[in-house]
Design a protein around this ligand. Structure first.
Ligand code: TRP
Ligand code: ZN
Length: 469
């Protein structure tokens, strides 16, 4: 591939901000902003799932067409939004004829820092399963679509799951976790479960409410004044248990099943004491009338809050750890070239390559003749903010494993990382460099691409950021 001559683009700064809607009223909210998830849209998904049950004998049980159609509905929406979606057939431990799990990963952020959000998509045979568990399924679907629409810069990675055959013994989720390698299991920082989040006489329950994993879930409901309680009724009874068994931290929301509301709970949350949280639990009346819209809305927004708290970052991880403002300025190369110095003509929306996010990037080398190009900026590295990350696409005409053309990351002239044509890949790869040795100091960070005399290698750099170590 031959190289560009600069497309001078007086761009059009693309503003990739977070949602404009504060999650909750100012003053009571925890620090970070997250988008409002539209409960009308969540209910539209429920309506679709209800119609699917109606066309299939009034059920979405895992072994029937109602389940398969539910999978197809969720999958279609996700794919249209840009998700990589996988149907995972459950080949052991599931009921014979059970449909697949559905897994959708938002393909941005650190693949070794995965936050999973899951809900079972099957119902019991007796009914359409609107609260159990259309509610969790629909809330996760709309959260996934909201995340894709907002497209914030990701720090951690978000993976959604819709499980098969929960009602016969947590079988789909158990199969999934068993199928992972130990490395894949340890990449999951936390799993969040949503099962029965719209019970008409429900309470506000959080799984493992005092745990670290639960903190953002609890904080969101605390901010609404809901005083959530432990989900004792649901303990060990839904898909989070499959993850718990492998030592993965879990949490989630629930509003309760057949257990009865206490008078203290009725005093706190309203509703009827002495009556089940969900009077239609596992019955044919678990239909669209069996949905608590207010509860569903509060859970849907709390899921978004948790996603944003845990996995969204622009250098601001909201953690109050000294890393709340990205010390790297214009790390996405979207706003001109300042404060970058060096070969700033490499920065732009050049044709022939594309940005990781936004429209602009730095394209270092890529000529096919002897060239060296660098961009640099001086940053002060806060003590809590020492993980340098950047996204690099290495595009080469070289082959083999010999390093002819190189890319170096340097701090004050000392090389901290070297990559080459031998590391070329089709798309961007996120790379990390530990700047712990520079904590509390000012340092000149530079990125340099160097080519030998033939066969081009372009080093396309974007989204440079310093994150909490
Ligand atoms: N909904 C699951 C089931 O069908 C698990 C469950 C039972 C549950 N009780 C619960 C989930 C209470 C949340 C809260 O059995
Ligand atoms: Zn359930």
């Amino acid at each position: 591939m031959k190289r560009r001559f600069a497309v001078a683009s007086l761009s059009l700064a693309v503003v990739l901000g977070l949602g404009t809607l504060p999650a909750v009223a100012a003053g009571t909210a925890p620090a970070a902003q997250s988008p409002d998830v539209d409960v009308t849209k969540v209910k539209a998904h429920l309506t679709e799932l209800h119609s699917i049950a109606g066309r299939n004998g009034g059920t979405r049980r895992s072994t029937g067409q109602g389940y398969r159609d539910s999978v197809a509905y969720v999958k279609g929406k996700l794919q249209a939004a840009g998700y990589t979606v996988t149907e995972q057939p459950c080949t052991s431990g599931c009921s014979s004829g059970a449909g697949p799990n559905l897994i959708a990963e938002w393909p941005h952020g650190d693949a070794n820092d995965v936050y999973m959000f899951g809900a079972h998509l099957d119902s019991v045979s007796a009914g359409p399963g609107m609260n159990d568990n259309g509610s969790g399924s629909a809330a996760l679907l709309e959260n996934a679509l909201t995340l894709a629409r907002q497209n914030p810069t990701m720090q951690g990675r978000v993976r959604f799951a819709w499980w098969t055959d929960e009602e016969q013994g947590l079988n789909g989720s158990d199969f999934y976790v068993r199928s992972l390698s130990s490395a894949q299991r340890s990449a999951i920082t936390a799993y969040y479960n949503f099962d029965m989040i719209a019970s008409t006489n429900g309470g506000y329950f959080v799984n493992h409410v005092t745990s670290a994993a639960a903190a953002p879930m609890k904080a969101y409901w605390d901010s609404l004044g809901l005083q959530p309680e432990e989900n004792t009724e649901g303990a060990g009874r839904s898909d989070d248990y499959s993850f718990e068994q492998y030592g993965i931290p879990t949490s989630g929301y629930a509003m309760g099943a057949s257990a009865r509301k206490t008078s203290a709970q009725a005093a706190k949350w309203g509703g009827t004491a002495g009556t089940s949280y969900d009077p239609c639990y596992h019955r044919s009346c678990d239909n669209l009338d069996n949905i608590n819209t207010t509860g569903l809305d509060r859970a849907s927004d709390g899921i978004a809050y948790t996603i944003w708290q845990r996995a969204v970052g622009t250098g601001d991880d909201g953690g109050g750890d000294g890393c709340d403002t990205d010390p790297v300025v214009n790390g996405g190369f979207e706003s001109g070239s300042s404060p970058w110095t060096g070969d700033t003509g490499t920065i732009g929306a050049h044709s022939g390559q594309s940005a990781h996010t936004g429209t602009r990037f730095a394209w270092l080398a890529g000529y096919g003749s002897t060239h060296t190009e660098s961009v640099a900026q001086t940053v002060t590295v806060p003590a809590g903010c020492t993980r340098l990350t950047y996204w690099l696409h290495i595009d080469t005409d070289e082959s083999g494993t010999t390093a002819y053309d190189t890319f170096k990351v340097k701090a004050d002239g000392t090389t901290l990382a070297t990559l080459s044509n031998a590391d070329a890949r089709d798309g961007y790869v996120q790379r990390t460099v530990d700047l712990g040795a520079y904590a509390g100091r000012q340092v000149a960070l530079s990125f340099t691409g160097s080519e030998d005399g033939s066969l081009q290698t372009g080093f396309v750099l974007d989204d440079v950021s310093l994150l909490a170590g």
